[in-house]
Ligand binder design. Structure first.
Ligand code: CAA
Ligand code: NAI
Length: 246
């Protein structure tokens, strides 16, 4: 029970990696706020969690909307009284080659993946400062570190997540708040299901572990960084990518 009595907000927890993280955190004893744009999906996750005795609530949030994020934080405090962990997991893609990328596709990815992380982190900081303790984990991507064909917008946001993480690690490390990022490789979720098969084959061929990742591979990294085991880890970008590039 590595997260006993801790309260965790996980954004984008209605599906994919976030959903797996909600189950993982619940099994480790956390109160989990399953926050997602898709409330129905979040409610389904909570119903499944409660079946094995977990303590979770579903909350609708649009991370790109500051007032919606504020409501999510208020609901969390009202329900559980504290916020020990924030996992900034919600994210989207809108891939296109640079010459075809519309300003709308650029903006919507920036709004969710970059501004969303800013809004959520800013909103939980006062409570974590009051507690003199907290763990913030944000999801980057190998695309943000090495770049990727067709991902100008996405790569920019995921590189930005690492920059924000390191800045906040410096701002808040001295106040008991650890801020880290996880850098997943290609993980089998709906997001990757949209990638053409020939591109995925190319990816598989350059991964030394010779497989794509699964959501549990990332959920376990979130768990480590959220737990007291990572009390001396701050400002890191933890790659969980099968060694796709080194
Ligand atoms: N690596 C190398 N080459 C790639 C590539 C990649 N990742 N993606 C596309 N290409 C190549 C294509 O093979 C093609 O080459 P040829 O002209 O020699 O045939 C060329 O780029 C143009 O590709 P398309 O003909 O497919 O062009 P399009 O305009 O129809 O589509 C695209 C462009 C939308 C970028 C499409 O190719 C695509 O979806 N590519 C995959 C992008 C990708 O990897 N997204 C990752 C999503 S998952 C994710 O984001 C999670 C994460 O964090 C890693
Ligand atoms: P997914 O598409 O399976 O799930 C994303 C979830 O986020 C969905 O439930 C969706 O409703 C929610 N969401 C989308 N926009 C939202 C918003 N504005 N507000 C609140 N919730 C919103 O995606 P996946 O694969 O689970 O990705 C999770 C995170 O991991 C994302 O940040 C993604 O960029 C990142 N990532 C994923 C990789 C992969 O290969 N799947 C690789 C590297 C990073």
């Amino acid at each position: 029970m590595r997260l006993q009595d801790k309260t965790a907000i996980i954004t984008g927890a209605g599906n994919g990696i976030g959903k797996e993280a909600a189950f993982t955190f619940g099994k480790e004893g956390a109160n989990v706020v399953v926050a997602d744009y898709n409330l129905e999906a979040a409610e389904k996750v909570v119903a499944d969690m409660n079946e094995f005795g977990g303590n979770a609530i579903a909350v609708h949030v649009n991370v790109a909307d500051q007032s919606s994020v504020q409501k999510m934080v208020e609901q969390t405090i009202q329900q559980f009284g504290r916020i020990d962990i924030l996992v900034n997991n919600a994210g989207i893609t809108s891939d296109a080659m640079l010459y075809k990328m519309t300003p709308e596709a650029w903006q919507k990815v920036v709004d969710v993946n970059l501004t969303g992380v800013f809004y959520c982190t800013q909103a939980v900081i006062p409570k974590m400062l009051e507690q003199s303790k907290g763990k913030i984990i944000s999801t980057s991507s190998v695309s943000g570190v090495y770049g990727n064909v067709g991902q100008t917008n996405y790569a920019a946001t995921k590189a930005g997540v690492i920059g924000m993480t390191k800045s906040w690690a410096k701002e808040y490390g001295g106040k008991g708040i650890n801020v880290n990022a996880v850098v997943p490789g290609f993980i089998e979720t709906d997001m990757v299901a949209k990638v053409p098969e020939n591109v995925l084959d190319k990816m598989r061929s350059i991964i030394p572990l010779q497989r794509l990742g699964n959501p549990a591979d990332i959920a376990k990294a979130y768990l480590y960084l959220a737990s007291d085991d990572a009390d001396y880890v701050n400002g890191t970008a933890l790659h969980v990518d099968g060694g796709i590039m080194m």
